[in-house]
Design a protein around this ligand. Structure first.
Ligand SMILES: C[S@@+](CC[C@H](N)C(=O)[O-])C[C@H]1O[C@@H](n2cnc3c(N)ncnc32)[C@H](O)[C@@H]1O
Length: 198
């Protein structure tokens, strides 16, 4: 998948021009998850809508995307406590390891190839501080059979990928979603395990 080419061509059906409704709900309903001092990493941030929303309730937010085009566009509207950088989540600098309280996941996990899911989990585990969390909207699609990206993703597959490095703290269906995604978005919080048994 050539993400840069898709962005340059304007072929970005995943971009809804606004942050995830699930994220807005979480900020309202579970403010304790967010913190003025917290450092947040947002993989596959695209144009950065979620990053800007998170910046309102976080100390610092790092948006990362492999597409130079998406990052350049995101940078045009970047609050002071935000950095947008072109980064491959499978090749992140060691200086970022252990730096974040939270990873905010939204349609990155379902966009990468299924054989890379375990590597995604390990990469997010490395970024987080002890007791850090992956919080996210997981786009699961039990009923439709397209082959992506986003790739067909089942809740069980999310669990299988994360369970080696994280423990699930809660999981609920998003109360509000982008139109067309109703019933297919799960809000999940995974807590980082101290040891991943390697
Ligand atoms: C389905 S899009 C979602 C974008 C954004 N989260 C949104 O909801 O608008 C997936 C994003 O992941 C990015 N991406 C894919 N592979 C990546 C990688 N290895 N490292 C960083 N970003 C990646 C793509 O460029 C794209 O912006």
């Amino acid at each position: 998948m050539d993400w840069q080419q898709r962005y340059v061509a304007g072929d970005t059906p995943w971009d809804k021009g606004m942050c995830s409704p699930g994220l807005k709900d979480l900020i309202q309903s579970k403010p304790v998850l967010f913190g003025d001092d917290a450092r947040v990493f947002a993989p596959g941030c695209g144009f950065g809508h979620d990053v800007r929303e998170l910046a309102k309730v976080s100390g610092f937010v790092q948006g990362a995307d492999i597409s130079e085009f998406a990052v350049a566009r995101a940078r045009k509207e970047a609050p002071e406590n935000v950095a947008f950088d072109q980064l491959d989540i499978f090749d992140l600098p060691g200086s970022m390891h252990g730096s974040y309280e939270m990873v905010w996941e939204h349609t990155c996990f379902c966009a990468i190839a299924p054989e890379m899911r375990q590597q995604y989990v390990e990469s997010m585990w490395q970024l987080l501080k002890p007791m850090g969390m992956v919080l996210g909207v997981f786009f699961v699609d039990p009923n439709r059979g397209f082959d992506g990206p986003p790739f067909l993703l089942q809740r069980d597959e999310v669990m299988a990928a994360f369970s080696s490095h994280f423990v699930l703290e809660w999981d609920e269906e998003a109360a509000t979603s982008y139109p067309g995604r109703e019933g297919r978005e799960r809000l999940m919080l995974f807590r980082r395990l101290a040891s991943c048994g390697e």
